[in-house]
Design a protein around this ligand. Structure first.
Ligand code: NAD
Length: 480
């Protein structure tokens, strides 16, 4: 895949301007492919193709036809699992093992799940003395899907499947840093017989192609996953045009360790929560809060487990961590490690680039890093780093733990580690977040609400929440 193309109106094509941007490997630093540097004119073409598709045969497709199509997409993704996983790993720097066991299977599951969910979705009827109300669900129209680089196909499919299930047309803008599996998805949608113009893919830079999607008057809803500052801009622009908006944004999630936890499971869980996908999951537990009475037992074991993690060639099945998304991102992460030291923190492990030899020394690898001794309100402990860096803090009581966990601008997720059932319920209820895991992390049921509070976003995805976001409810009241 030397040149990735846009997919507009059922045709693969370059940007109208002919301009391209390089997409570099974070594993070796080499150029993997070029992508179209699309602008407003490409988004116009995509929105026009989407409008034509909505007015054509697509509007007559039944729920059953759409669900069957989603199943065909799932089957086609599954048949190309190896190619997709390899492409995702090369494009992101994540271990091939992670792409093969998490990212691509989840993309398959997203299409299968929403095929089933849309068949079962129903709205209630409300009887009155002399009338009955019922609700019709209609597509929103053309929807804009804007996605980040950390889980490229996983998140694009999480939006595409419910949007198609509800009969919308799509203009998708994936991250310019990870364009490749989105392009393979477009090929698959083309092959399984989605009518031209129903799914349009526009590659390019956020402030150009992404902004044009958000601003386009014929795009009626924006589902955005990305950083909080970008989300604020997207929200402002879209709300001013009264578009529906879903914002899934950043996080600074706490892993809360009580002294009555199962220590073995908690150490393993905190490592997984901290460093999965090189710490580049919005849900990663990047602040570990440890009860004082178990701090001395937990921290050395946690640091030891992190020190033993392997970093290197993403194709090596035994590797724990691959590369972060880019050298520029590694520099940002490293600047936080330097800041932590200025703020009085102690680097207990990591903080350095591994010595891997070429070609990997030209990539963006970084050892997983644990920092202790920081104040809970230091910048390092409060700002989203989105890399393999975890800070560790002490707390005394349940109420301290809750106060520390809630003391950030974000409110996406938390995990709580305890064997006291009552405490688990109390703490889960008191945390200002959208999702709490108890004695686990990132265990997902696709039916449950997904999303955050405060600076972590607006709205929920998942199950009926996604189906409702991608549709408009229309009440019909019939008098007897
Ligand atoms: P980002 O905000 O830089 O980019 C996300 C997407 O928005 C990209 O496609 C980008 O091109 C586009 N974009 C950038 N500027 C834009 C603009 N002005 N208008 C429209 N689109 C624009 O985020 P990123 O660096 O790609 O991803 C990392 C961030 O995503 C982290 O903050 C992470 O926490 C967050 N994230 C959140 C979730 C969640 O579900 N809450 C999931 C994954 C990632």
């Amino acid at each position: 895949m030397n040149q990735v193309l846009n997919y507009i109106g059922g045709r693969f094509q370059a940007a109208a301007s002919g301009r391209v941007v390089d997409n570099r490997s974070s594993i070796t630093g080499e150029v993997l492919c070029t992508i179209p540097r699309s602008d407003g004119s490409d988004v116009d073409a995509a929105a026009e193709a989407a409008r034509a598709a909505r007015q054509g045969a697509w509007s007559t497709w039944t729920i059953e036809q759409r669900a069957t199509l989603l199943e065909s997409v799932a089957n086609a993704l599954e048949a190309r699992m190896h190619e997709l996983a390899h492409t995702e790993s090369q494009d992101t720097g994540k271990p091939l093992r992670v792409a093969s066991t998490v990212d691509i299977p989840r993309a398959v599951a997203n299409f299968r799940f929403f095929a089933s969910a849309v068949r079962q979705h129903h709205d209630g009827a409300h009887e009155m003395a002399s009338a009955i109300n019922y609700t019709l669900r209609r597509p929103v129209g053309t929807v804009g899907l804007i996605t980040p680089w950390n889980l490229p196909l996983y998140l694009l499919s999480w939006k595409t499947a419910p949007a198609l299930a509800m009969g919308n047309a799509i203009v998708a803008k994936p991250s310019e840093m990870t364009p490749m599996t989105a392009t393979l998805l477009a090929r698959i949608l083309d092959e399984v017989g989605l009518p031209p113009g129903v799914f349009n893919l526009v590659h390019g830079l956020g402030p150009e192609a992404g902004q044009a999607v958000v601003e386009h008057p014929d795009i009626s809803a924006i589902s955005f996953t990305g950083g909080t500052s970008t989300g604020a801009m997207v929200g402002r622009t879209a709300s001013a045009q009264f578009k529906k908006v879903s914002l899934e944004l950043g996080g600074k999630n706490a892993t809360v360790v009580f002294d009555d936890c199962d220590l073995d499971k908690t150490v393993a869980g905190a490592v997984r929560a901290g460093f999965t996908n090189q710490g580049q999951v919005c849900l990663c537990g990047s602040r570990v809060l440890v009860q004082d009475s178990v701090y001395d037992a937990f921290v050395p074991r946690f640091v030891d487990a992190v020190s033993n993690m392997t970093v290197g060639d993403p194709e090596d099945p035994a590797i724990g961590m691959g590369a972060v998304i880019s050298k520029e991102h590694r520099e940002k992460v490293e600047s936080y490690i330097a800041l932590a030291q200025q703020e009085g923190g102690h680097v207990a492990t990591g903080g350095v680039r591994p010595d891997l030899g070429e070609p990997f020394d030209s990539g963006a690898f970084l050892r997983p890093t644990v920092i202790t001794g920081l104040s809970i309100d230091s910048r390092t402990a409060c700002e989203e780093i989105f890399g393999p860096v975890v800070t560790v803090h002490r707390f005394q009581s349940e109420s301290d733990a809750i106060e520390q966990a809630n003391g950030v601008e974000y409110g996406l997720a938390a995990s709580v580690w305890t064997s006291d059932l009552g405490r688990a319920h109390r703490v889960a209820a008191a945390l200002d977040v959208g999702m709490v895991w108890v004695n686990t992390w990132l265990m997902r049921d696709l039916r449950v609400p997904f999303g955050g509070v405060k600076a972590s976003g607006v709205g929920r995805e998942g199950g009926q929440h996604s189906l409702e976001f991608f549709s408009e409810a229309k009440n019909v009241c019939i008098a007897f």
